[in-house]
Design a protein around this ligand. Structure first.
Ligand code: SF4
Ligand code: FES
Length: 218
């Protein structure tokens, strides 16, 4: 992938790494990894030849937002979708989603087929449906407790479609389990409307509060 204003490529002999600055919310999973693949302040920050291509893949796949991706040049396997689709409700933060994802309405140069995304649920991101870290600035508070258990899944995995209702919730369709902020697997089902305005009294689910709150978003 060519470098653009937002997407930076770090080329290695066996694998290339790309970083999309629009998706990075500085969780730091990359910089904490052992081996020196990513070192903050170093130039270049990412040096793919310092570790094996398998280690590059393993570290890049830790990135919970999908800001990091890799392309193998050594014939090694491309990133595979996890066997199960999961949403983790972060404490005072976004929805971390992993699986065989189809995210509708992403920018032209942001592929909708993804395995890792962080989705805004405070309503304030300037890069919806993705989180841009704004929840911290606006003091969004929700610990990620979940009350209901869902109707169950129809097997494991498969495609998880993620669409947006105009001025309303995220619409998920496909087998998915939702984990509470504590890490507990709380809810399993095949259809979910998840709050993205930040106002629901039944988070992470939409309770219709977006209408009264005047939430406006494509
Ligand atoms: S792991 Fe991903 S989201 Fe976190 S700091 Fe690294 S690139 Fe950014
Ligand atoms: S999107 Fe927040 S209550 Fe519906």
């Amino acid at each position: 992938m060519a470098d653009s204003k937002s997407v930076h490529t770090f080329s290695g002999a066996h694998v290339d790494v790309t970083w999309d600055s629009r998706l990075c919310i500085h969780v730091g999973e990359c910089g904490r990894a052992e081996g020196g693949l990513f070192v903050g302040g170093r130039k270049p920050w990412c040096q793919p030849d310092l570790v094996s291509a398998d280690e590059v893949a393993q570290v890049v796949e830790r990135c919970p937002t999908g800001a990091l991706a890799y392309t193998r040049k050594d014939g090694g396997p491309a990133e595979a979708a996890p066997a199960r689709n999961t949403v983790t409700v972060a404490n005072n933060g976004p929805l971390y989603v992993t699986g065989d994802l189809r995210v509708a309405g992403a920018a032209d140069d942001m592929p909708g087929t993804r395995t890792r995304v962080a989705l805004c649920r405070c309503g304030q991101s300037a890069n919806k449906p993705f989180c841009d870290g704004r929840h911290e600035k606006v003091g969004f508070v929700d610990r990620g407790a979940i009350g209901s258990v869902g109707k169950g899944v129809e097997g494991d995995g498969g495609v998880l479609e993620i669409k947006r209702a105009k001025n309303g919730p995220l619409l998920l369709s496909g087998n998915v389990e939702i984990r509470a902020g504590s890490g507990r697997v709380a809810w399993r089902g095949t259809k979910a409307a998840l709050c993205r305005c930040g106002q629901s009294g039944n988070k992470p689910f939409c309770d219709g509060s977006h209408a009264g709150a005047g939430f406006e978003a494509e």
